[in-house]
Design a protein around this ligand. Structure first.
Ligand SMILES: Cc1ncc(C[n+]2csc(CCOP(=O)(O)OP(=O)(O)O)c2C)c(N)n1
Length: 284
């Protein structure tokens, strides 16, 4: 089902504001994993502003959908989302990753409301998602467990153990999404450790693969709707994205995996985000 224009515009505006708040959070923190935060922001936006069945006032509600951020290094992008949803006070973002703050670089589920699992050590989130999904089935719960991974993260063998087990248990209540920005910490994924033929690998592990443009809300929506309905096989959504999406001097450059922003760069980054947002809305 396609989204109507009004809804797309609502999501575009939300994603723009979140990217802008992510830039602020990087500047308050003195640095952060901005590249992979910006590539994932449209995915986070559509999950938190359309699909996740959650209630920020009841973060422990047993029937809620779960979200496991397996690429846990993007706390600097995730914390603004949680703040915008009302899980945490926006003022806390000013202390993100400062000594003594409840918001560490990788968000801790024991300290931050709305975080379903403490992640950051890559390769663990999909197994946590599977365990959470099987628990849901055993307790006759109908929640879904969404898990977002990085593509570089898929170099971890544990990701493939989890994939094999999801398929074995036909845990279709896990919806796996991969932020395929083709960059990792120190180079392009295909140079560091070749992932292609990536979709075929997931298919061989028993998944239905939906490949989408991870910056197109319609495509993301269609894939998520499909994944929620499919009960014969687990679904993985490979979301093709751009690292640093929205900031021209960061886009598709692995060197912006982690970065700091001085005053001049903050101004340039914000101008670029605004321009990119305006172009996206014009193009809808
Ligand atoms: C087990 C483990 N090894 C290494 C790291 C350091 N590390 C943090 S991010 C990253 C690269 C991840 O690449 P990708 O999953 O593509 O992230 P994205 O580009 O989406 O930010 C690495 C190696 C880590 N967090 N955990």
């Amino acid at each position: 089902m396609s989204l109507d224009k009004k809804e797309i515009q609502r999501l575009e505006k939300q994603a723009y504001e979140l990217r802008d708040l992510c830039v602020d959070t990087v500047s308050w923190a003195g640095g952060g994993h901005i590249g992979g935060s910006l590539s994932a922001m449209d995915i986070l936006t559509i999950l938190y502003y359309k699909y996740l069945n959650i209630d920020p006032k009841k973060p422990e509600w047993e029937d809620r959908d779960r979200f496991i951020l397996s690429k846990g290094h993007i706390g600097v992008g995730f914390a603004p989302v949680l703040a915008s949803k009302g899980y945490i006070d926006k003022e806390l973002l000013k202390d993100y990753n400062h000594t003594g703050s409840s918001l560490g670089m990788h968000l801790d589920s024991r300290k931050v409301s709305g975080v379903d699992a403490s992640t950051g050590s890559l390769g663990h989130g999909l197994s946590i998602a599977l365990g959470t999904a099987i628990a849901g089935k055993l307790m006759n719960k109908s929640y879904s467990v969404f898990c977002l991974l990085g593509d570089g993260e898929c170099d971890e063998g544990s990701v493939w153990e989890a994939a094999m087990a999801i398929s074995h248990y036909n845990a279709t209540n896990v919806i796996t999404i991969i932020d395929r920005n083709r960059c990792m910490i120190d180079g392009p994924t295909e140079e560091v450790m070749k992932l292609e033929p990536f979709a075929d690998k997931w298919k061989a592990f028993g998944f239905i693969v939906k490949e989408v443009n991870g910056h197109n809300f319609n495509e993301l929506s269609e894939a998520i709707e499909y994944a929620k309905k499919e009960k014969n096989k687990p679904v993985v959504i490979i979301a093709n994205t751009i690292k640093g999406c929205g900031i021209d001097f960061m886009e598709d450059d692995y060197k912006w995996h982690y970065g700091s922003l001085d005053k001049e760069k903050i101004i340039r980054a914000k101008e670029s985000l605004k321009k990119s947002y305006e172009n996206r809305v014009k193009g809808e």
